[in-house]
Design a protein around this ligand. Structure first.
Ligand code: PMP
Length: 421
C-alpha cells in the first residue's frame, strides 16, 4: 500500500473536509525553502509551512543542536526542576523583547501560549480581588483552536459549532483614522469590567491577512493602559521578523503587559509555546495563599529538545545575514506589490514586512469558502509552489532564506495566474 493509501485509512487531517479533500501529498524531505515529495517533485514553501519555518527546512545547524540535546537530555518535568536550555532561552528572548517583559512561562504551542496569557490576566484580577472578568478582542481575530483561544477569536466558520459554549468577549473593529475615538469611548465605557485586551499586532493572520496601522494600535494600547486594561500581544505569527522588525510590538511605542510566542520561536522545528509577562503581573501571583498560584502546566512544558531548537533558531535569527534577508524580502514584496496592484483581478493588495497578501476579484465577497480557493491552491501546487489561500485571499510569506530566483519564480507564477485564471 502506498503512503497515501495508508494515510487515508488512519489519518484525520487538520482543517480538512475529509470527504472532498484531495489526497495529501507525501513529503519525504525538506531543504531550504523547499519540500520534496515521494516522486522527487519539489515545492517552494511560500507559506513557511503554516508560518513556522523561518530559516528553511531541516536546517543543518538546528538539526545539529537538536541532535546534541537529544543525546544529553530529552525531557524533564518542569515543576520543581529546571534545565539549562529553558533558562538560557528565557534569558536570551527576554533581552530581545520590550524591557518590561520579565518572566517567561512555557507551554507547547500557540493556542496554549494564548490560554496561559488569558489565565494570567483573569487570575491577576482575581488575585487582586478585582471584578474585571471580560476580555476585549478584535473582530476577525484568530488566537488558536483550544476553547479559550477560540473564545477570544472572532466568531466565524471555525467557531460556529461551538459559539454557544464560548465565553462572552467584547469584540471591536480594528482601529483606523475614522473610528479610533469611538473605539476608545467603547473601552472607557466598559473599563470597570475589562480584564485585558488581546490582539494580533498589525496583521490578523488567519482572519485573512488583514492589516492595520501601527500608529492606531499605539493609540488604542495607550488608551487601554490609561483605563487599566492589561494588554496581551499575540506575536505567535508576527514574532521573529515576520513584520520586518524582530517583533511587531517594535512598530509601536507602548509596551504590552503580556506577549505570546510559538511558530518561529523554534525556527519551525519543534512545537513550543511561550508566554512572557511583566514583573507586576508575576507579582500578583506571589502569596502565602496557595490559591493564588497559576495552576497551569503541560506535560511537555519547556521540553529540552524544543528549547534547544529555539536556541539554535535564535542563533540564526540574530545573525546579521537574517536581518538582511528579511529586508530583501520586504523590498521585493513592495516592488512586486507596486507592479501588480492595478491588475483588474486584484481587488485589494497589502503588505507588512515579509507578508504580502492579495484578495482576488471574484465578483462576490472575500470569504474563506470562496471556490476560487481550490483553483488557486491547485494551480500553484502544479507549479511547484505551496500556497494555502484563505478563500480568495492568497499570501506569500516565505522562509527568510528564500533565494532571489525562488522568489522571482513565485512572483512570476502569481502574475501568470492573474493572467490565466
Ligand atoms: N495566534 C495566532 C496569531 C496564530 O496565527 C496562531 C496559529 N495560526 C495561533 C495563535 C495558534 O497557534 P497554534 O496553531 O500553534 O495553536
Amino acid at each position: 500500500m502506498s503512503l497515501v493509501e495508508r494515510d487515508l485509512k488512519v489519518i484525520w487531517h487538520p482543517y480538512t473536509q475529509m470527504q472532498t479533500a484531495q489526497p495529501p501529498i507525501p513529503i519525504v524531505r525538506g531543504e531550504g525553502t523547499c519540500l520534496f515529495d515521494e516522486d522527487g517533485k519539489k515545492y517552494i514553501d511560500a507559506v513557511s509551512s503554516w508560518w513556522v519555518t523561518i530559516h528553511g527546512h531541516s536546517h543543518p545547524y538546528i538539526a545539529k543542536k537538536v541532535a546534541e540535546q537529544l543525546n544529553k537530555l530529552e525531557h524533564a518535568i518542569f515543576a520543581g526542576f529546571t534545565h539549562e536550555g529553558a533558562v538560557q532561552l528565557a534569558e536570551r528572548l527576554l533581552k530581545l523583547l520590550p524591557a518590561n517583559q520579565q518572566k517567561a512561562f512555557y507551554s507547547d504551542n500557540g493556542s496554549t501560549a494564548v490560554e496561559v496569557a488569558i489565565k494570567m490576566c483573569l487570575q491577576y484580577w482575581h488575585n487582586n480581588g478585582g471584578a474585571r472578568t471580560k476580555i476585549l478582542a478584535f473582530k476577525n481575530a484568530y488566537h488558536g483552536d483550544t476553547f479559550g483561544a477560540m473564545a477570544v477569536s472572532g466568531r466565524s466558520a471555525f467557531t460556529a459549532a461551538f459559539d454557544q459554549l464560548l465565553f462572552e468577549v467584547e469584540f471591536i473593529d480594528t482601529p483606523d483614522e475614522g473610528n479610533l475615538e469611538t473605539l476608545k469611548a467603547q473601552i472607557t465605557k466598559l473599563k470597570s469590567e475589562l480584564a485585558c485586551f488581546i490582539f494580533e499586532p498589525l496583521v490578523q493572520g488567519a482572519g485573512g491577512m488583514l492589516m492595520y496601522e501601527a500608529k492606531h494600535l499605539d493609540g488604542l494600547m495607550a488608551h487601554c493602559k490609561k483605563e487599566g486594561v492589561l494588554l496581551i500581544a499575540d506575536e505567535i505569527f508576527t514574532g521573529f521578523g515576520r513584520t520586518g522588525k524582530s517583533f511587531a510590538c517594535y512598530h509601536v511605542n507602548e509596551q504590552p503587559d503580556i506577549m505570546c510566542f510559538s511558530k518561529g520561536l523554534t525556527g519551525g522545528t519543534m512545537a513550543l509555546g511561550l508566554t512572557t509577562c511583566t514583573q507586576h503581573i508575576y507579582n500578583a501571583f506571589l502569596s502565602d495563599d496557595k490559591m493564588k498560584t497559576l495552576f497551569h502546566g503541560h506535560s511537555f512544558t519547556a521540553n529540552p529538545i524544543a528549547c534547544a531548537s529555539a536556541l539554535a533558531s535564535m542563533d540564526l535569527f540574530v545573525e546579521p545575514g537574517t536581518a538582511a534577508n528579511i529586508q530583501q524580502i520586504v523590498e521585493r514584496h513592495v516592488a512586486f506589490k507596486n507592479k501588480i496592484k492595478d491588475h483588474p483581478k486584484i481587488k485589494a493588495i497589502r503588505q507588512t514586512g515579509t507578508i504580502l497578501a492579495m484578495d482576488w476579484e471574484t465578483g462576490g465577497d472575500t470569504s474563506y469558502f470562496n471556490s476560487l480557493r481550490d483553483t488557486l491552491y491547485q494551480y500553484f501546487l502544479d507549479a511547484g509552489i505551496i500556497m494555502r489561500p484563505l478563500g480568495n485571499t492568497i499570501y506569500i510569506l516565505p522562509p527568510y532564506c528564500i533565494t532571489d530566483e525562488e522568489l522571482t519564480y513565485v512572483y512570476a507564477k502569481v502574475e501568470q495566474a492573474l493572467n490565466e485564471l
